[in-house]
Design a protein around this ligand. Structure first.
Ligand code: IMP
Ligand code: MG
Length: 173
């Protein structure tokens, strides 16, 4: 395990302020009614927690997890669902909550399978986006921060399962 402390890219205050903005924006787009948040594990768990605490009105949550299919493949575009949702999406206003959109392949896959479940609406909120890495044009309705092509950790995001507990977004030296 590395002992190097990642350098700060986005600090706690910036995260909190931007997430409060996103929460307001999402709520303004659906002034009444229940929003159903689908958190993509594991990386988005802190983002979900802070996003829904910054939000007014009725909210429900559910969790799913997926992983790239095949050992060591980052470009196959095949994604496997490793944990499915507990409840259906029919007629619901669903917001996918993701930590980061990189190539876009994971999110594209998730949007396709969730749309097939008949939600009334489906939107996506991502804390971070690296547009220069995109391999597929995927729609992201709410983006916290657009960043350059650097590997980031902290605030839920990991490198080899480490650093998820950092309270800020950092970069490894
Ligand atoms: P995509 O399918 O290439 O868009 O990959 C998205 C997933 O890769 C994210 O949900 C993260 O789990 C992971 N990922 C991509 N970039 C980073 C990074 O900079 N730090 C940590 N995880 C990342
Ligand atoms: Mg992820």
């Amino acid at each position: 395990m590395s002992t190097a402390q990642p350098a700060v890219l986005i600090d706690q205050e910036e995260l909190a302020a931007r997430i409060a903005d996103l929460a307001r924006e999402i709520r303004q787009d659906s002034p009444s009614g229940q929003l159903h948040f689908v958190c993509v594990l594991k990386g988005a768990f802190l983002f979900l927690g802070d996003l829904i605490r910054a939000m007014e009105g009725h909210v429900t949550i559910d969790f799913m997890a997926c992983s790239s299919y095949g050992a060591g493949t980052t470009s196959s575009g095949e994604v496997r669902l490793s944990k499915d949702l507990d409840s259906g999406l029919e007629g619901r206003d669903v917001i996918i909550v993701e930590d980061i959109v990189d190539t876009g392949l994971t999110l594209h896959y998730l949007q396709e399978i969730l749309l097939a479940r008949g939600p009334r609406s489906l939107r996506t909120a991502c804390l971070l986006s690296k547009p220069s890495r995109r391999k597929i044009d995927v729609k992201v309705d709410y983006v916290g921060f657009t960043i350059e092509d650097r590997f980031v950790v902290g605030y839920g995001l990991d490198y080899d399962e480490q650093y998820r507990n950092l309270p800020y977004i950092g970069v490894l030296a």
